[in-house]
Design a protein around this ligand. Structure first.
Ligand code: FAD
Length: 318
């Protein structure tokens, strides 16, 4: 079922959902199930599965030389979506990226999703590769998420990349896109970024999931500004509980966002990361309760491998 249908069917009740990251190549999928199992009691209507960009790895050669290769360390997004649908009878949302994929490869991914009965896809540009200063699209790929949304929406109309294809059966993907309450790091202003978000919605996106934020006021103001710009689709807040002290510097640096002073000083008081994890849980509970009270359609959690903190939050909120 489409994410938008789940929201409609909930009749104003806030739903619980989360995102998982595929394991690294060579690891067992059971570890992923072990993390998902404890969260299923909160009845997520859908689970997002991220896609990772390719990266450089260094292979040791004879004589101590290192050979640089490009590989994707966490493949398997669509396969994991299919296995979760089968195992848990839940909808899954594969993330589809511009970066690292030609439009042709994207079409193959979408055809696979269509055959598997996946109803939703999250359309994202992706970040710059770790060894690149700026985002560089593949020469035959989509440059911006809005172009990717157009490609997916074209499939919904039965339009494939090559007009030799005779489409007798159309896809019907519900398309999600990313939104940034504190603006995307490359955007010159929040208003400029919102205009880009509007382009994604005009191209066919049916819902937005936000980047993480730690101050709900930023989300509420973002939704208000989006509505003023004519963006009418559901805007799902994304929540990440802080888990380690290093997050104090990593999160602002990687995601270009602010942490409220009250949260920073609570974390600074912690003697170890066990304490930080607990502060992160308590902060996310407060954030989630306020969001639910405000009637958000879904609270979507970024679970980075270990789900014990998400479970502790969900137990208090859902
Ligand atoms: P876009 O919407 O294309 O925007 C990127 C930048 O370009 C913005 O600054 C925007 O203002 C600007 N822009 C857009 N259109 C134009 C235009 N026509 N002309 C000029 N400028 C323009 N990354 C992953 O690698 N894998 C994932 O699975 C993943 N999942 C995510 C899930 C969520 C909910 C979120 C919020 C982010 C996720 N990301 C993921 C990160 C995301 O890929 C990055 O934030 C990326 O830098 C931007 O992606 P986007 O889809 O928002 O890009």
């Amino acid at each position: 079922m489409k994410v938008t249908e789940h929201i409609k069917n909930a009749k104003g009740k806030s739903l619980f959902s989360f995102e998982i990251v595929p394991p690294q190549k060579g690891q067992n999928i059971q570890k992923l199930y072990d993390n998902i199992d404890p969260l299923m009691e909160f009845k997520p209507p859908f689970i997002d599965v991220t896609t990772s960009r390719e990266e450089h790895v260094y292979i040791k050669k004879e004589g101590g030389l290192l050979e640089r290769k490009v590989t994707r360390m966490r493949p398997g997004t669509v396969g994991i979506c299919a296995s979760l649908m089968h195992k848990y009878k839940v909808d899954t949302v594969p993330h589809v990226l511009c970066g690292g994929f030609t439009k042709e490869e994207t079409e193959y991914v979408l055809v696979d999703c269509h055959y598997l009965g996946i109803d939703n896809v999250m359309a994202l540009r992706g970040d710059a590769r770790k060894d690149e200063a700026y985002f560089m699209p593949s020469s035959e790929g989509n440059k911006y998420a809005s172009e990717l949304v157009t490609q997916i929406n074209n499939l919904n109309k039965g339009i494939y990349l090559h007009d030799i294809i005779e489409a007798t059966y159309k896809a019907d993907f519900c398309i999600g896109v990313a939104g940034y309450p504190e603006k995307h790091m490359e955007s010159p202003s929040l208003q400029a970024d919102l205009r880009r978000l509007k382009e994604k919605v005009d191209a066919g996106a049916e819902y937005v999931v936000t980047q993480m934020f730690f101050d709900n006021q930023k989300y509420f103001e973002f939704v208000e500004a989006a509505r003023a710009m004519g963006i009418e689709v559901p805007i799902i807040p994304g929540i990440k509980p802080v888990a380690v002290k290093r997050h104090l510097s990593v999160l602002p640096q990687v995601f270009s966002l602010d942490l409220p002073d009250a949260l920073v000083s609570e974390i600074e008081k912690c003697k170890d990361n066990k304490g930080v994890r607990q502060v992160g849980i308590e902060w996310a509970i407060q954030q989630s309760k306020e969001l639910v009270e405000a009637g958000v359609p879904v609270v979507h959690y970024y679970s980075m491998g270990k789900s014990d903190n998400i479970k502790a939050i969900a137990r208090e909120v859902f």
